[in-house]
Design a protein around this ligand. Structure first.
Ligand code: ADP
Ligand code: TRP
Length: 323
């Protein structure tokens, strides 16, 4: 099974990004043929500062490699190293009705948040469909917010296959990521835009400070507490074994435990889990040639596959390119 994920380069990662998405991407490298790409063409819909886009693109590569993505197992590449996706996006746009895109919820959300409706933003799902179809991906692991885009991709694959009476495209399926929503230090969904995040690559001191400031209720130390209503417990359980989670739940219910104890354990586990990745990220940042070589070689592999599919696409629709 070929599994593909795209990640927009959008800044510092937090625990929500890791437990909600990246962990599954990285673990997937052992089970499936995994493709993960940095969606830098998509990012142009929101980032129009070239230095910033270059830096953020590199950041995603450093983040994944530091967190354990093995470039010999998974194919981690830049979207732009396969420029054929933009050609496919054009071809798909010619078989896709405007009405389909007008129904895109994420487009409507972005407009509601004040983004200017460029044509790129409007046709974002077509480029996303091209990303998926060009590698004949079987499954696309995504959060709920992206499911509609994968359904639109399946529609576009069908429009093309039907228009040209062929079966060039595999119809992909969303692989719904059921990971729980990770709360931020204020108890709302952790998100960069809410300023409530615990960042993955923070140094131990600031990370501990953030963790110690997680909002809790004012139940006195000696009283029993409900673990399921506690933001600290929600984070704790992401790190602990089933056994340790149960032990903490029992301590909550019994009373005599302060939230500070649970917070300290979260800080300890945070450092155990992400300390080594933070150090590895620093080493990788000092070795830009290694990172560039890894991306470029994965890009060549991905491009080879994409070029084969594009030959079928062009043949199906009668487009000729001089050899
Ligand atoms: P942010 O809200 O910080 O801007 P993104 O929208 O860039 O995060 O999310 C990138 C990925 O991380 C998505 O797949 C999303 O589902 C996942 N993710 C982000 N925040 C959380 C969270 N608090 N809990 C679980 N998953 C999350
Ligand atoms: N739209 C996705 C997001 O915002 C990123 C993305 C671009 C993507 N192309 C993709 C995800 C292809 C999966 C498959 O998160």
């Amino acid at each position: 099974m070929r599994v593909l994920s795209g990640v927009q380069p959008s800044g510092k990662l937090h625990l929500g990004n890791y437990f909600g998405a990246m962990k599954q991407h990285i673990e997937g490298q052992l089970e499936h043929e995994s493709f993960i790409f940095i969606a830098n063409y998509h990012a142009l819909t929101t980032i129009q500062d070239p230095d910033r886009l270059r830096a953020l693109t590199l950041d995603v590569a450093l983040d994944y490699l530091a967190l354990g993505l093995d470039p010999d197992k998974a194919c981690l590449f830049r979207q732009s190293d396969v420029p054929e996706v933009t050609e496919l996006a054009w071809i798909l746009s010619t078989v896709t009705g405007k009405g389909l895109l007008e129904r895109a919820v994420s487009y409507k959300d972005k407009i509601a948040k004040g983004l200017s409706p460029s044509m790129g933003l409007f046709s974002y799902p077509i480029l996303q469909a091209a990303d998926i179809l060009i590698y004949r991906s079987d499954a696309v692991p995504v959060g709920k917010d992206q499911v509609q885009h994968i359904e639109m991709t399946a529609d576009m694959a069908g429009y093309f296959n039907n228009t040209y009476g062929c079966d060039v495209f595999v119809i992909p399926k969303p692989k719904l990521n059921e990971a729980a929503v990770v709360p931020g230090i204020d108890g709302e969904k952790m998100s960069k835009s809410y300023g409530n995040s615990i960042d993955l690559f923070d140094e131990p001191k600031p990370a501990k400070k953030r963790i110690m400031s997680i909002k809790t209720d004012s139940t006195p130390v000696e009283d029993p507490k409900d673990p399921d209503a506690c933001n600290v417990f929600a984070l704790l359980r992401l790190f602990t074994s089933a056994e340790e989670t149960e032990e903490w739940a029992a301590r909550y219910r019994k009373g005599g435990m302060g939230y500070g104890d649970a917070k300290k354990r979260v800080a300890e586990l945070f450092e155990e889990n992400f300390g080594p990745a933070r150090e590895r990220r620093k080493q990788l940042a000092d070795d830009p040639d290694y990172v560039e070589d890894a991306l470029a070689s994965a890009g060549r592999k991905a491009r080879g596959l994409a070029q084969e599919v594009m030959e079928d696409v062009r043949r199906a629709c009668g487009i000729i390119i001089a050899q």
